[in-house]
Design a protein around this ligand. Structure first.
Ligand SMILES: *[C@@H]1O[C@H](CO)[C@@H](O)[C@H](O)[C@H]1NC(C)=O
Ligand SMILES: *[C@@H]1O[C@H](CO)[C@@H](O)[C@H](O)[C@H]1NC(C)=O
Ligand SMILES: *[C@@H]1O[C@H](CO)[C@@H](O)[C@H](O)[C@H]1NC(C)=O
Ligand SMILES: *[C@@H]1O[C@H](CO)[C@@H](O)[C@H](O)[C@H]1NC(C)=O
Length: 350
């Protein structure tokens, strides 16, 4: 794909060879557990540590067995998630303090936790009570961490791209949904700016693509595919376009400098027989190209050279998810064999 770009390719090679590997590795995984056939957490941790280059893991809960399994593996940083159903209660400081004491403090500092994700895609629920308590819960948890003298854990919440209004093309036109920008996102982004925590988003080119944009979604376009008429920037992949639409929305209300973390993205390796653009080759192309793109450090057209810590969804195929495609987002099968190769194993360095 980079065939004609010999110079950047050489530069990337030199960079990768001279920097410690971890310094150039920004890709993590979501370790989801909606399955009845997964190996026990200690085997999973041992596998991640000894066999893969993965150094960031996100989980969808604060399962104590998983937190205990990561004890002593401080080279892997964890993001834990608070279920949406706890947000209301955690908006009160005393509840946030006892939640912290019960769920996380017992595992610190031997388990390395970098982020607490407060809920998942809360805005997409359209539940007004939940949405109005989201930021108060993030504030309470931040204060609870401070009162417990815990440093190094930042609080955030992952958003679906449904937070943007209408079409996110061109990327420069990205803005938050009407009525949500000032009321919801200005205070949330002000919180991120104050606490130096990242804005988390879940972009899925898989859901945004059709037959004509499949190669664009898979990072397989050789030439420019889309020119933003306002900025004149060339987009060769949908991932960059989606991130730049988010960036434009943030910048429009004054917070273009807040870090972005890609909390989920991925592509299924199997689906219903009538689904197009789903399969092993597509999933391998998306995730393989994504990893190269993120680790290249080149950023996006509107955010050159910015690095986005990116969590692939997901670590395992999860057999209790509700549809065939949802069951097949995993990089690995429950027996630890690769569903397809994306160069994430230790033996595949460079
Ligand atoms: C936090 O640190 C302060 C100052 O060192 C100390 O007075 C306080 O007891 C500590 N609190 C906890 C919960 O450890
Ligand atoms: C975008 O691509 C066109 C056509 O290849 C090229 O002329 C233009 O300079 C490119 N723009 C940028 C900003 O790279
Ligand atoms: C973000 O925080 C910086 C200080 O770190 C401050 O200078 C800046 O004004 C803040 N941005 C907004 C939009 O409040
Ligand atoms: C695809 O097949 C499933 C059943 O396997 C069906 O529920 C769905 O409506 C079909 N979708 C299309 C677009 O034909």
């Amino acid at each position: 794909m980079l065939g004609s770009d010999v110079v950047p390719q050489l530069f990337f090679l030199i960079l990768t060879l001279t920097l410690p590997f971890s310094a150039a590795y920004h890709v993590g995984v979501n370790y989801g557990t909606v399955a009845n056939n997964l190996p026990p957490p200690h085997q999973v941790v041992n596998f991640i540590k000894t066999k893969t280059n993965i150094n960031h893991v996100k989980i969808f809960d604060t399962n104590p067995d998983i937190l205990a399994a990561f004890s002593g593996s401080t080279e892997i940083s964890l993001t834990v998630t608070i279920p949406n159903s706890d947000i209301l209660s955690l908006s009160k400081l005393p509840n946030a303090r006892s939640w912290l004491s019960n769920h996380l403090l017992p595992f610190l500092p031997t388990t390395s936790i970098s982020y607490i994700a407060v809920g998942n895609e809360v805005i997409a629920t359209s539940d007004k009570t939940l949405i109005t308590h989201l930021l108060p819960a993030m504030e309470s948890l931040t204060l609870a961490l401070h009162l417990a003298n815990v440093t190094g854990i930042l609080v955030s919440t992952p958003h679906s791209l449904g937070i943007l209004s209408g079409s996110s093309e061109p990327p420069s036109s990205g803005k938050f949904r009407n009525g949500y920008d000032k009321a919801i996102f200005t205070p949330i982004l002000d919180f991120h700016n104050r606490t130096k925590s990242p804005f988390m988003v879940n972009p899925y080119p898989y859901f945004g693509s059709g037959p004509e944009t499949l190669n664009y979604a898979l990072f397989n376009s050789n030439d420019y595919v889309f020119v933003d008429p306002v900025t004149k920037m060339n987009y060769t992949n949908m991932f960059d376009a989606q991130l730049d639409a988010v960036y434009s929305a943030m910048k429009r209300i004054g917070y273009g400098d807040v870090d972005i973390v890609v909390a989920e993205t991925g592509w299924p390796s199997a689906g219903e027989p009538n689904q197009t653009g789903v399969g092993l080759d597509y999933a391998a192309a998306y995730n393989g190209n994504l990893i190269k793109h993120v680790n290249s450090g080149k950023g996006t057209p509107l955010m050159p050279n910015r690095v986005f810590e990116t969590y692939i969804f997901s670590l395992f195929n999860e057999n209790l998810k509700s549809s065939v495609s949802e069951q097949n987002f995993g990089l690995f099968k429950p027996d630890f064999t690769q569903v397809y190769d994306v160069g994430i194993m230790k033996t595949n360095k460079v």
